[in-house]
Design a protein. Structure first.
Length: 214
């Protein structure tokens, strides 16, 4: 299971870098959906030999919500908005990927100095979790489309999820499910907002909000 967990961590890092280099929003949604499935595997692999109803529930709900429900909601908003690409982001795609690599290297340094209550099941869990959170923040601030920003929010929460299931061994399931519920509500509201913006206006570029006047 240690090999499976390390493999899942490496794949999560690659999905982060892939997301930063993508311009097509539908491909970005699929990438985040793949992350959701990987997170379910992380929950199982990080507690190998100690599976119980709580761990199985967290893994199953994580895959169902992050790997299926959220992507379907975002695909529906994408069809309503009738957009295909993220055009002219604040930070270009190649610089974004380089920033993602820098975030991973920075996370390795922080993880080596971060005091933890116990040894994680994989040395890559904490760096991957921190990298995922930083990548989520980068997507939020560097992309113009509301849908892309919603994906950044999801990726940021994915980092919190990895840290929680891999490090916080005694965290109650209620807290973890509460985080999932908060993100579900946020993405649901974002989907509604995107749908109504697309219906009323010609663009869902958030930078154009600055031109609104009374």
């Amino acid at each position: 299971m240690r090999v499976l967990l390390d493999t899942a961590m490496v794949l999560l890092v690659f999905t982060n870098l892939r997301l930063l280099g993508l311009s097509r929003i539908n491909a970005s949604i699929r990438t985040v959906a793949a992350q959701g499935v990987l997170l379910g595997l992380v929950a199982l692999a990080s507690h190998a030999g100690a599976w119980n109803a709580r761990i199985l529930l967290i893994a199953a709900v994580g895959i169902a919500i992050k790997g299926v429900a959220f992507p379907l909601l975002l695909f529906r908003a994408l069809r309503a908005a009738k957009i295909r690409r993220e055009v002219e982001p604040f930070l270009g795609y190649i610089p974004s990927v380089l920033a993602g690599v820098a975030a991973f290297l920075l996370s390795l340094g922080i993880a080596a100095r971060l005091p933890l209550p116990g040894r994680p099941p994989s040395d890559l869990i904490v760096p991957t979790a921190l990298t995922t959170m930083l990548v989520g923040l980068l997507v939020i601030v560097s992309r113009k489309k509301a849908l892309s920003q919603a994906l950044g929010y999801l990726v940021f929460e994915n980092g919190i999820y990895v840290f929680g299931v891999g490090v916080a061994y005694e965290a109650p399931a209620l807290v973890e499910m509460g985080v999932l519920l908060d993100v579900f509500v946020a993405v649901f509201v974002m989907g509604i907002i995107v749908f109504h913006i697309a219906r009323e206006f010609d663009s869902i570029d958030t930078t154009r909000l600055a031109t609104l006047k009374e």
